[in-house]
Design a protein around this ligand. Structure first.
Ligand code: AMP
Length: 182
């Protein structure tokens, strides 16, 4: 597995746009659309993730709605493996398993199809999202993968907002890999 050098990390970081006060005052939103529309940056990222995961015997990649879908599905195509969506409530059409999790104010919920891993026992699943902040979404996703009969071998993020401590917390449940730490 090839590590990403400092220059490449900086290139990826520079390809992501910071949008201040979105979606509410005080938040600096990491806008990954500027990475996606830069073919060199997007391919650099996919080359790196392919080299990290191509010999890990992964059966499925689960992506978290919605930006996680983009990276997860693109990597699935590279690795020739199946994609599983983890979605907001009432979006998945078939029978689902749900998991609630706490937000700063209130609760949220995510869902996975009961047969997401197509009957493969203890399927080896990689979880992907664009960013980890408090880690609430990722922790609930790891739980869902387990409840659906899968085994989450790693949770992978493009960006880790270190100050929010989510990845430290998640490491108690699963291996965590973040391409960029901010
Ligand atoms: P959390 O559950 O707090 O770790 O939040 C992670 C989810 O919220 C991910 O799906 C991110 O896409 C989104 N998110 C949280 N904070 C930001 C941010 N500053 N910029 C972009 N996306 C964010």
């Amino acid at each position: 597995m090839k590590d990403l050098d400092k220059k490449s990390k900086q290139y990826l970081l520079d390809s992501i746009r910071d949008v201040k006060d979105f979606p509410k005052p005080g938040v600096v939103f990491k806008d990954i659309t500027t990475l996606l529309n830069n073919k060199d940056a997007f391919n650099l990222l996919l080359d790196h993730l392919s080299s990290r995961y191509n010999d890990k015997n992964i059966d499925f990649i689960a992506g978290i709605e919605s930006r996680g879908f983009i990276f997860a599905a693109a990597l699935c195509a590279r690795l020739k493996i199946g994609f599983v969506p983890i979605r907001k409530p009432k979006k998945l059409p078939y029978m689902t398993i749900s998991q609630k999790y706490s937000l700063e104010y209130g609760v949220d919920e995510i869902e996975i199809h009961v047969d997401a891993f197509g009957g493969i026992k203890n399927a080896r699943v990689l979880l992907i999202d664009d960013l980890i902040a408090t880690g609430g979404t990722a922790k609930a996703s790891v739980d869902l993968i387990k409840q659906a009969g899968g085994s989450c071998i790693e949770a992978c993020f493009l960006i880790d907002l270190l100050d929010l401590g989510g990845s430290e917390d998640l490491k108690n449940m699963v291996n965590v890999y973040s391409v960029l730490e901010v």
